[in-house]
Design a protein around this ligand. Structure first.
Ligand code: TXA
Ligand code: MG
Length: 321
């Protein structure tokens, strides 16, 4: 047991990490549960604390692109170019490991994931350490991702010594995981904050990895990101299911209210219909409504393009119970 402290001290965060302990760190996407990526025993604590199965590999976080080369067998030009273009930011790339980082990071797979998070405190922390950090989202496996120090505390109070408080996450939805096919063309392994359209317009190509269920990218696993309350996805506000009790129903909508669901039960993601704002608010909406102990939470499907694809992906998995 720890007394979990929330603070803004990068030096304290670094001291715990050097002692192989876990620290929650802010990123632009979601909070991460960080550990020394070179230490097998620290990484074991990540899996145990998150209750995450060991077959689900972790992302290695670094503060500059040049750091990656020492851990990989090859680094295709297009992968480098994408990192230069989109980092720091919500892009995670998969590259062949050269075995220097312990195999527990990527469960002995051929590929290992890297990203440069866009948060000044975490970049400063990474620059102060002589090792990179693994950092899965700082939530118990399959539950709603954390975009605020309070969400981390809800998951890990007493289980970790320190939460580095960088305020609420700006982007609010996880990074896009991208691998490269035999012709070095980008393949999306997990939808994320960097959209398929953005990748395609930069690289001229982007497909979506489509072998669900084979554990190649457990981010594609069917149940994930779930609140405790039953969540049902609806196509639009006109198609509310029958037989619901409005007083005991929560609603997450894109931009409008519904006449029969009480205002106090409703979380509008973006009153102006801004999809980036909607993504930023998604996990907060799920956390907030889940805390109100409704019988049911309804969530409205987003337009199926750009960030709407990522939000729908999370809502579909969150509703798979
Ligand atoms: O935005 C993010 O990426 C956040 C912040 C904290 O950086 N981190 C995050 O980590 O979402 P996590 O562990 O919750 O999700 C990592 C995703 C998983 O879907 C995992 O399966 C996939 O990345 N992944 C990691 N390494 C992989 C690999 N070698 N091959 C395929 N997928 C991999
Ligand atoms: Mg996660």
């Amino acid at each position: 047991m720890f007394k979990t402290v929330t603070g803004k001290d990068i030096f304290v965060a670094g001291s715990w990490l050097k002692k192989d302990e876990l620290v929650a760190i802010p990123t632009e996407t979601v909070y991460g549960l960080a550990a020394n990526a070179c230490s097998e025993s620290a990484i074991q604590k990540v899996f145990a604390t998150k209750q995450r199965p060991s077959y689900n590999p972790l992302i290695v976080h670094v503060h500059k692109v040049e750091m990656i080369s020492q851990f990989v067998k090859s680094f295709p030009d297009i992968a480098k170019a994408m990192m230069m273009e989109f980092s720091p930011g919500p892009l995670t790339i998969l590259l062949p490991t050269n075995g220097i980082l312990p195999s527990i990071v990527n469960n002995g797979k051929e590929l290992i994931a890297f990203r440069i998070p866009d948060h000044s405190m975490t970049l400063e922390l990474l620059a102060s350490l002589d090792f990179p950090l693994v950092a899965p989202s700082a939530n118990v496996y399959t539950t709603v991702s954390p975009t605020d120090p309070q969400h981390v505390l809800k998951n890990f109070n007493g289980k970790i010594p320190y939460i580095l408080d960088g305020g609420p996450c700006n982007v609010g939805i996880e990074s896009t995981v991208v691998g490269f096919d035999e012709n070095d063309r980008p393949v999306i392994y997990r939808h994320g904050a960097l959209t398929k359209e953005e990748i395609r317009s930069f690289a001229g190509y982007a497909t979506v990895f489509n072998k669900e269920g084979d554990h190649s990218s457990p981010g594609l696993s069917k149940l994930h990101y779930s609140p405790k309350t039953k969540l049902v996805l609806i196509d639009d506000l006109q198609s509310l299911p029958g037989g619901i009790n409005p007083e005991k129903t929560g609603l997450i909508s894109f931009l409008a209210q519904h006449p029969i669901i009480p205002w106090s039960n409703t979380f509008i993601l973006s009153p102006n219909g801004d999809i980036k704002e909607a993504a930023r608010n998604l996990y907060k909406a799920l956390h907030n409504l889940d805390d109100l102990s409704f019988e049911l939470i309804l969530a409205e499907r987003m337009p199926e393009n750009e960030l709407g694809v990522t939000i729908n992906d999370r809502l579909i998995r969150a509703s798979n119970k």
